[in-house]
Unconditional design. Sequence first.
Length: 172
Amino acid sequence: MVPRVMERTERPELRGKRVLVVNDTQEILELFTDLLGEMGLESVAMSYAPRELNRVRAVDPDLIILDFVFGEKELMGWQLLQKLKMDRTLEQVPVIVCSAAIRMLSELEGYLTEHGVVIVVKPFNLDQLEEAVMKALGSRRGGGRSARGAVDALREHNAADADAGGDARGQA
C-alpha cells in the first residue's frame, strides 16, 4: 500500500466505470488500483499482456491502461494494443498507454494519434493520470494530452536531457 499525502475525491461521473490495467509490475498495479479507486473507478489488474482477447472481453472494460514494455518483452503491450484496435468488439474501448518507453512512443506517434490513444509518460503525477482518464472516458477536465502533445513534450524533454549530457532513451 502506498501512503497518501492528499486523498483524491471520488468523481461521480466515473462511478460504475471499469478500468483494465495491464502492467508487469505488482507495485504499479496496486498503485493504479488505489488511484483509480479514489476516483470512483472499479479496476481489474492483469500482470501480463493477455494473448487472447477473450480475457479482455470477459472484463468488459470501459477503459484500458497498459504499458508497452513487459520485462524483456518490449513489444507485448504494443501487440496487445494492435489486437485491441483490430477487434470489432474492443476497438472503441479507450486506451491509455502509460509507459517510460519514450523512444517507442515517439516512433508510434502517428498510429497512436490516429487511434485516439492517450499517453501518460512515466513517471507521472496524479493530476496527469486523472486528466488522461477523464479525457479517455470523454469527461474532459482540460489539459489532457493527445498522443501528439505528449510526444512533443517527450521530444522537448529529450532535447533538454541531451543538453545536460543525460541518457534520453527512457526505456522502462
